[in-house]
Ligand binder design. Sequence first.
Ligand SMILES: Nc1nc2c(ncn2[C@@H]2O[C@H](COP(=O)(O)OP(=O)(O)OP(=O)(O)O)[C@@H](O)[C@H]2O)c(=O)[nH]1
Ligand SMILES: [Mg+2]
Length: 444
Amino acid sequence: MFEDTIAAVSTSMLSAGAISIVRLSGEDCFDVLDKVFRCRTHEYEGYRIYYGHIIDPQDQEVVDEVLVSIFRAPHSFTGENMAEINCHGGLYVTRRILTLLLAAGARQAEKGEFSKRAFLNGRIDLTQAEAINDLIMADSRNNARLAVNSLSGSISRLLTPLINDLEQVIAHIEVNIDYPEYDDNGVITAGEIEPLIADWLKRCDDIMERAESTMVIKEGVDTVIVGKPNVGKSSLLNALLAQDKAIVSEYAGTTRDLVEGDIHLRNVTLHLIDTAGIHESQDYVESIGIQKSLEALDRAQLVIIIIDGSEAEDKQDQEILEMTEGRNRIIVYNKADIRPREGEICVSALNGDISQLTDKINEMFAHDQIALQEPSLNNERQISLMRQARRFIRQAEDQLSSGVPLDLVSEDIQAAYRCLREILGQYAREDLLDGIFSRFCVGK
Ligand SMILES: Nc1nc2c(ncn2[C@@H]2O[C@H](COP(=O)(O)OP(=O)(O)OP(=O)(O)O)[C@@H](O)[C@H]2O)c(=O)[nH]1
Ligand SMILES: [Mg+2]
């Protein structure tokens, strides 16, 4: 438990709203509240809402008419005594109430401090704390679903069986070494550990594979639209974004800068980049644009190649096809309104008739969607710890097969065990926690 009582405005302070919430947490939270809250009682019960007025204790001026929700330790978000003041959402009133609470003995909360207390008081694990922030920041249905899934503690349920299995083997080896006379459990041998390690590696691989799919859905896919000049790249970008973002003209060489936009499809979010048409150009500015196109092409995770379907393919189209051979790509024939093609992905960017392309993209990422229903690691911190854990288990496997004694093998297993527990924050260091929680909003 922490000494001081913290306070913060938990709702957005960017503009006035109907209601704001000012939050208090800490052992002495109700004493602080009493100094500014005029209510028919000061015997607050948990899970009750109290009606009353916020007053300025200096001159008894009524500041606002409010409802205060009471949560008593340990049955609150932070695990401490908490009060949430629902006041009117004017910026002045909200700020004034916070100021009065600070004058009454509370301390302004740091970013993420409520969640940090919830974590340190054992109410949530670190992956759940991360999920709270992810849910607040989620800008798509997929990301919100992902966050809600982890909020329930699904990552802990995913990892705990593996952590427990490692723990058992570590304990068994330790007992054999420290108490050789104590052999109720028998002596565990290298031959018994080998198949266990193979099974752990398989489980790590499954978790990593799913995490990769999850990251595709969470982070979106860097997608570049390329093709020779005038095939309709900018028109396609505009059609996908349903917005007139890039300049379209009948002149070849219209686009020179990279034009970007995000689109949320059913199964995936794309970060789209429209590029300058790729060809041999004598124009100085256009060739810089083409250079940028080629760099964007290099970085992209998905390449959409556009060919003007109303004409025969030429050498320039061929070159672009060869350049992107082996890449994750979709070949699209545009201007289907002039000449549709059988058996190819055909669109008319001009008419906004692009469903064959969006269907194809959704189909490509349908598999990754499955990751959303299952618990999954979903950020770099978690994934890199998982990668380290896997490396230590692999190392244990190598050691074992080259006949290294079990007490040394056990050290690698222990290192893996620590990495897995650190994902849940069970070994988290203070500076690491500060880094994680400082990305939160104040009041969360
Ligand atoms: N008929 C028809 N015309 C199209 C279609 N898509 C684009 N166009 C026309 O093709 C011309 C070139 O379109 P843009 O979208 O500017 O082509 P681009 O590939 O971005 O061209 P650059 O930026 O110069 O490389 C314009 O006149 C568009 O109106 C289509 O589906 N059908
Ligand atoms: Mg263009």
